[in-house]
Design a protein. Sequence first.
Length: 676
Amino acid sequence: MRKFSLTYILIILFCALSSSAYSQEDESAWTFSLDSITVTGFRNRLPVKSDVRGVTLWDMSSMNLLPQILGNADPMHYAQMLPGIQTNNEYRSGINIEGCDNQHNLITIDGVPIYNVNHLLGFFSTFNSTHFQSMSIAKGVVGADSPNRIGGQMDMLHMTDIPDSINGNVSVGLISSQGTLHLPFGKKTFVSLSLRGSYLNLLYSRWMKADEQQVKYSFYDVNVTLGHQVDKHNLLLFDLYSGSDTGIFSESHYLADMKARWGNNMGALHWFYKNDDGMVARTTAFVTDYRNIFSLEMQNMSFRLPSGITDFGMKSDLMWKGWNVGFVTSLHQIRPQSLNHHADFKMADANIDKTHSLESSLFANYEYPLTEHLNIMGGIRGTCFVEVNHVYTTLDPSLRFLFDNSTWNVSATYALRHQYLFQTGFSDSGLPTEFWMSSSKDIKPQYAHEFSVNGSIYLFGRRYRVGLDLFYRRLYNQIAYKGSVLDYVNREYDMNSALLHGNGENYGFSLMLNKCAGALTGWLSYTYTHARRSFDEERRRDSYPASHERPHELNAVAAYAVGKHWTIGGTIVYASGTPFTPAQSLYLLNNNIIMKYGKYNSARLQPYMRLDLSVNYKWKGKKKSEHGINFSLYNTTSRDNELFYYLRTQKDGSFAYRPVTFILNALPSISYYYKF
């Protein structure tokens, strides 16, 4: 608990109110005698905080208190424990916010886009949590400055304060190790360096088998941040990121061996300015690049499917006296998935040229106080999207009412938002088989009307907080990929003919109870979500659930401090099973297996349930250093959660249509960290 004295404040206020009368009376007639007054309150120890706009800020220093996956504390994995964000299974990548597809959400490092953020088949992300100060999540449009996405934004934020001395940490786990070092150079300059590398094949080679085929996999991450405080008003920040994955897998459905190498590279220069009048400005120049080379080897043939996207951009905004104005411009160089092949028989060429497009936006927000606690914020965002054969211009308005009296708050928002980039492909299983493409003459921009209401209230002396979010989105010009890898083999490939066009809607609500103070902190949340889609194909013309939809999801997160050395953490997930298209019949025709499917996404997997537990023990070392050990158990109850269905063939020629579960029922892990 935090205690402080108000004696001097009360004296100053009383004297100010009485100054007129005091000047007319004799000084000897006034005598004061006040005792010390102590005001007590509960300290908010919860590392996750939300503001009136619905933006969540998560302190990265708390990550090690929760259960880890094979020694890794992953921000995106923990983000799925928040209300309104759906849990993915262990073999799916990306993030789904309030019913939106992964492509609808923008993932950034200090505002710079990162187009692929998963390691280990989507099991955890490319973000090294120790390199960042916090993670910001906006589940929808906050204002006109929100990016051109019809979903939300997840932003990893760097620290900008210059450290007083050399500090950092090292963590050693079962599949990877990582380290972060913060180095001050004088009083105005610092460097932060983070490295992470895996040795998965060394310890887990016996476990990493699929259909008696060995799986080989490795990855690395590098983060470098250089900061220089030019003067009290100006800060320069230079940021670099590089990460890569390499894997060799076996795909039994197509009897194919797959090799993949994918990764991101990003560089950015940030200039922050703040003057004594409260004006804040930020300008960023950046380049970000994602590319992959995905190859398959099948009987009598092999082919490569390279794809990628590169952005060169600049953005700037200024905030002053209720105004927030700025611009964003990006040159997109996109290579949709192409085909480079070699076969014993003739195959059609499917090489697709790179596309170039320029996306530029101007925006302005203004927040006006209607009363002491009630504000209104209106904004407009104008965008010009230039593609070789077409130009799109749009205006996206947004309007928000905000009430906040420090005890309870509520906001209501309407926004229209367009999106000009699409991500699609024949699988989202964590492998880099999805690719990016831009709006064109034949593919109109996506857009959505968004309505949301957010509210929260503190209870019992601010020890508890209850939050409620309601949302509705109407989606237009959606696309889906109806093809498969065999399209490259069986017929002449045309990317446009593999795309379906349609609409959709997301709606639902989420409820969250936070315990903010005391030795036990955490939250309990429930989310109800419907994500419906309809496309211009016979099987998908009627409204059907999106493949990631989980109508019901319950999450619990808790951390309990036991004395100075021990902390116990736990997470619980219970969610509806995701939809899939069931096979109605299977039969052999000329020694080929033929499957007849039912209505699209008309069945569901069994409900997903998982309990994760962790125990942390820490102790102090020399010179304010700290040591710690984390024991974690992923899926403590060893539940066989169904991930998807597939056709499994046996050596004797028999086959069966059966569900696939994760390679291990429970994942124990131990990691050691050292902070200095």
